[in-house]
Write a protein that binds this ligand. Structure first.
Ligand code: NAD
Length: 363
């Protein structure tokens, strides 16, 4: 009997619906190729949900996400909702989903496809063959720590503050994820901190070293975040798995994304709870929304990660990665990765090309 899975699709705002539509087509091809049964439910999130219900994360959307085997998200946000109350902004839906689903680990691979080596702003020999993975802690650290705020003292002087805090359990569980994925890769973890200045990240280092005792087969090194930012552009191929805190990971993974040529190429997986959430790392790109210009490959590659990490079908991820590599080799390029001599295509046509490759792929 075919394996059955429930997938919740949250297209969101801006280019979100354009890129998830192409990713859904890819899912359908994988469904028939691998003899699976996928039941998909599409629900509003972010600005679209706010317009429909007055909330960026309506109960129906959250419940569907909780019940699904995996969630595919496009992107949320846009200028239309920038002036509404902070608690109702589209981006709040992301925090709500991550915390309600217990998604404390964000995996962001930065892989340079052979055909795109020259799309990077860095020299060919620096990025050629690059394949690293950032494992970012997602539900703790300074983005969530209390107390936080801006206050005014009796003399009218203002002060802004946030709190960087990690518990031992929060560090240990993200370190376990990093060591486990490293085992399936090149068995190297580099843990990033600022242990020379921040006590909390000195503690981070201590707990990572303790957790490493169960992973003697994985090499562990430590690096300060400022050095890592520099090493990522100097010699990024030295890294296999980068393990880091919420804020450092936010910054370093965007830096890593540019090594691959475009933010439109980078998928991500958020794990930790009973199911996972998969999304491109880019936002809703309001500047290009509705023009059929968006690169759907990051979302399509996110579908591959979904099959690998939530549905346990690693072969599907390989099929997706190979199909993407093949269409790039054929010269198809959306505007963000376009270079001389290649064929410019829109969002839909890029989806067509990937679907065609997948349909003819051997499994
Ligand atoms: P963005 O990622 O949306 O866009 C940055 C630049 O990259 C833009 O020039 C855009 O055109 C381009 N770009 C992004 N994705 C692309 C793609 N697939 N193909 C081609 N080009 C692409 O970031 P931003 O402009 O800072 O934010 C826009 C909105 O998205 C904001 O409301 C922000 O809050 C929101 N946002 C949402 C998420 C999310 O949903 N996970 C993440 C980041 C930003």
């Amino acid at each position: 009997m075919s394996q059955q899975f429930n997938i919740t699709i949250l297209p969101g705002d801006g280019i979100g619906p354009e890129v998830t539509a192409q990713a859904e087509r890819v899912m359908k091809v994988l469904e028939s190729k691998l003899d699976l049964k996928l039941k998909t439910s599409e629900l509003p999130v972010g600005g679209a949900a706010y317009e429909a219900t007055g909330k960026p994360l309506p109960d129906d959307t959250l419940n569907s996400a909780k019940e699904a085997d995996a969630v595919l998200l496009g992107a949320v946000g846009g200028p239309k909702w920038e002036s509404i109350d902070f608690s109702l902004r589209p981006e709040r839906a992301l925090l709500g989903l991550r915390s309600s689903l217990g998604l404390y680990a964000n995996l962001r691979p930065a892989k340079v496809f052979d055909a795109l080596v020259d799309a990077s702003t860095l020299k060919r020999d620096v990025v050629d063959g690059l394949d690293l993975l950032v494992v970012r802690e997602l539900t703790g650290g300074i983005y969530f720590g209390q107390p936080r705020g801006v206050e005014t003292d009796a003399d009218g002087r203002r002060r802004g503050f946030n709190t960087l805090v990690y518990t031992e359990d929060e560090i240990r569980r993200i370190a376990v994820i990093a060591f486990d994925v490293a085992r399936k890769r090149n068995k190297k973890v580099c843990s990033i901190d600022k242990a020379n200045v921040l006590e909390c990240t000195g503690f981070w280092r201590e707990v990572v070293i303790e957790t490493h005792k169960d992973y003697a087969d994985v090499e562990l090194e430590h690096m300060y975040v400022d050095n890592c930012a520099m090493q990522l552009v100097r010699n990024p191929k030295q890294f296999d798995v980068i393990l880091t805190t919420n804020m450092f990971g936010d910054i370093l993974s965007d830096e890593a994304s540019m090594l691959t040529g475009s933010i439109g190429m980078l998928p991500s997986a958020s794990l930790g709870g009973k199911n996972g959430m998969y999304e491109p790392i880019h936002g809703s790109a309001p500047d290009i929304a509705g023009k059929d210009w968006a690169n759907p490959l990051a979302t399509i590659l996110s579908v591959g990660m979904m099959f690998k990490y939530s549905l346990g079908i690693e072969k599907a991820n390989t099929l997706v990665e190979n199909a993407v590599e093949a269409v790039l080799k054929l010269g198809y390029r959306t505007r963000d990765i376009m270079s001389e001599g290649q064929t410019e295509v829109g969002t839909q046509a890029m989806g067509d090309a990937v679907v065609k490759e997948l349909e003819s792929a051997e499994c």
